[in-house]
Design a protein around this ligand. Structure first.
Ligand code: A2P
Length: 325
């Protein structure tokens, strides 16, 4: 079934999910409800997005109305303030309680680095006092704690986000449960072909965040790096291919990643765009389209979101944090 991709542990993941970063708590209800009505079943969340509580309320209402929990695929993440083996049970319990979903389908380590928590860290709001880095981050210890959560039935599948090749390999070689999913920034300007191939050859499903290349960090980078390229949705080639297929630029960008076997999690709060982004299964880009879109890759010139502005980042043992190969 082309709507799903199989994970190495046998579970299935819908190939299109709704990204929820930057969905404001007051937009959550209408956004999630339209997405579910339109057919979305995969949702990408994180404690640090500040909207898990609101999203949890909507899920509870939907399940009470008769929507079947088991048809949903819900991803959430272990955030940097909880990136310690001893914090894992609490972080998982917190997401389960706030979301009211019984189990987590996919639990990702959000970032390769941990941050220190102040004494008055608010677990509910998931706010830490400062973003001071924790230099004692121990991925293997954290992973072992995560495996116990799977064995306890609280999580179905484990994965990583924003990890690089050596970090992935270290976990891969020291684990019972292999990471089945890697989330990273992928779009036509940041294609990461070698890294994506490597991850997929290992057996991980690759999920692209910012699949339309249009988040705030991109705008920020464009300014800093004096990038003169148009936004990906406005690139003349993307528009040309969209016109040829009678589709929108967003659909071309998402279909391109789909044909690379990459799961996409576009964010939108607009019902029409939410619908548009799911409607990519009934057309196909030909070899010529694929080749021309491949040429839009900026080969690292258009930089990935790399946390390099965080204070003290370069002396952290896990630096660099960017996914790369
Ligand atoms: P909006 O929420 O108003 O629809 P990405 O997931 O790559 O970060 O992209 C998200 C951004 O792209 C958001 O600003 C979102 O705005 C916008 N967006 C999402 N879907 C579409 C679409 N189909 N066409 C144009 N813009 C879109």
């Amino acid at each position: 079934d082309c709507f799903y991709i199989e994970l190495l542990n046998g579970h299935s993941m819908p190939r299109i999910g709704l990204g929820t970063y930057k969905v404001q708590p007051n937009q959550v209800a209408s956004t999630i409800e339209s997405a579910v009505k339109i057919g979305y079943r995969h949702f990408d969340l994180a404690p640090s997005y500040g909207n898990e509580e609101a999203i949890g309320k909507v899920f509870s209402e939907l399940f009470a109305k008769g929507y079947d929990r088991s048809n949903f695929f819900i991803t959430t993440k272990l955030g940097s303030p909880a990136l310690r083996a001893s914090d894992v049970p609490k972080a998982v319990e917190r997401s389960l309680r706030i979301l009211g979903i019984g189990y987590i389908d996919m639990y990702l380590i959000h970032h390769a680095f941990g941050t220190k928590r102040t004494k008055d860290f608010d677990w509910f709001k998931y706010k830490n006092g400062s973003l001071a880095l924790d230099y004692t981050t121990d991925h293997i210890a954290v992973w072992k704690a995560l495996e116990h959560q799977v064995w306890a039935g609280k999580i179905r599948s484990l994965g990583l986000s924003n990890f690089n090749q050596s970090q992935i390999l270290r976990i891969w070689n020291n684990s019972w449960i292999k990471p089945s999913n890697i989330e990273m920034e992928v779009n036509v300007y940041i294609q990461q072909q070698r890294f994506v191939d490597w991850c997929q050859d290992l057996g991980m499903v690759v999920t692209a965040y910012s699949p339309l290349g249009s988040d705030d960090t991109t705008r920020f980078r464009r300014k800093r790096q004096a990038i003169t390229l148009p936004s990906q949705l406005e690139h003349p080639l993307v528009i040309h291919i969209a016109e040829k297929h009678g589709r929108t630029p967003a659909q071309i960008l998402l279909r391109y990643s789909y044909q690379r076997n990459i799961v996409v999690i576009p964010k939108s709060t607009n019902p029409e765009r939410i619908a548009e982004n799911l409607n990519i299964f009934d057309f196909e880009l030909d070899q010529n389209d694929m080749g021309r879109l491949r040429n839009l890759d900026q080969h690292g010139k258009y930089k990935k979101f790399d946390y390099s502005t965080l204070k003290g980042v370069r002396s952290h043992p896990e630096f660099p944090y960017v996914t790369s190969l």
